[in-house]
Design a protein around this ligand. Structure first.
Ligand SMILES: Nc1nc2c(ncn2[C@@H]2O[C@H](COP(=O)(O)OP(=O)(O)OP(=O)(O)O)[C@@H](O)[C@H]2O)c(=O)[nH]1
Ligand SMILES: [Mg+2]
Length: 303
């Protein structure tokens, strides 16, 4: 009999949840950046060991924070739902920063969410103490001890999503925690995202790497036409939205330099993803207050 189930990610922004999901899945399903609040949508990453007979469906989620607008409110609601419906929770903490008030807040929320389920079933909370590559063993030990003190946490695993250290025992444990049942996705599938969403996210990742201050949060990318040509080149048209004219001007840059730089970098990533040459047409548009526009968030698939 195979085992298969859902693992919901929880943790403050920027602790490395998406990096960890990519590392466990073994493919890039979620974008990663040094900016907090990179992840906006719940993304399922699928890790399968067909030989051992298990499948983990990892739900990468936005970092938990105080909601500020329709976008962050949706992000928060989604997190609570996903966590309550999981077979196990993977709670990620940044080893470098140790256990802080934000982590305690999430730990309390997890205790509430996991015991408030209709059948009062409590999914186990496994804590990954991430970024251990930044610390030595003597520095890591007190963090592990502090995490062990959290009431919500059942088990603790020190890991580095970046180097892969500590991942095998964590994955093995998670595979034991999901229930017996048939695999939910074909073994070769890595994610449930529609292709245009992943492509748009790869473009947004390059915007995040190349902009500062309020811009990373104000930008959204939508991929429109994707046209494979006979000669093997794929034409991709995408809109990059900013919220104000001044943000638009920064995105475009002097003489169009900034958007060109973003376009060149994004094209390379899209070519890796699609395994062929890409022509990318990026248009910058202003869309005032898109983060507060419920109808638009629906269309963008941010539920
Ligand atoms: N040194 C080190 N850096 C890491 C590790 N894991 C993630 N990072 C870095 O931490 C930053 C945040 O990583 P993300 O995976 O985007 O974090 P997240 O928790 O998904 O963030 P949000 O989506 O904003 O909630 C990036 O710059 C990563 O490269 C790790 O194990 N070691
Ligand atoms: Mg993320």
């Amino acid at each position: 009999m195979t085992r298969a189930g859902f693992v919901g990610l929880a943790g403050r922004p920027n602790v490395g949840k998406s990096t960890l999901v990519n590392a466990i899945v073994g493919a890039r399903v979620a974008i990663v950046s040094e900016r907090p609040q990179t992840t906006r949508r719940a993304i399922r990453g699928v890790a399968t060991d067909a030989e051992a007979g298990w499948q983990l469906v990892l739900t990468d989620l936005p970092g938990v924070q105080r909601p500020r607008d329709a976008l962050t409110e949706r992000m928060q609601r989604r997190v609570e739902h996903e966590i309550a419906d999981s077979d196990a929770v993977l709670f990620v903490i940044n080893a470098e920063q140790g256990v802080g008030p934000g982590d305690r807040f999430i730990a309390r929320a997890l205790l509430g969410a996991v015991s408030a389920g209709a059948d009062a079933r409590r999914p186990p909370v496994i804590c990954a103490v991430n970024k251990t590559d930044r610390l030595n063993n003597a520095e890591t030990a007190p963090v592990l001890a502090a995490v062990g003190e959290l009431e919500a946490v059942d088990e603790v695993f020190p890991v580095s999503a970046r180097t892969g250290a500590g991942l095998d025992p964590l994955i093995e444990r998670l595979s034991e925690l999901v229930p017996e049942g048939p695999l939910m996705y074909p073994p070769e599938q890595r994610s449930d995202q529609p292709s245009e969403v992943l492509l748009a996210e790869l473009i947004r990742e390059q915007v995040l790497h190349r902009t500062r201050e309020e811009l990373p949060h104000a930008v959204e990318v939508q991929v429109g036409e994707v046209t494979p040509r006979e000669d093997g080149l794929t034409e991709i048209a995408a809109h990059v939205w900013a919220e104000t004219e001044s943000q638009k001007a920064i995105l475009i840059g002097k003489g169009g330099r900034k958007i060109k730089e973003i376009g060149v970098a994004a094209r390379k990533e899209l070519e890796i993803e699609l395994g062929g040459r890409v022509h990318l047409d990026l248009r910058v548009r202003v869309r005032p207050r898109w983060r507060r526009d419920d109808a638009l968030l629906d269309r963008l698939g941010i539920e």
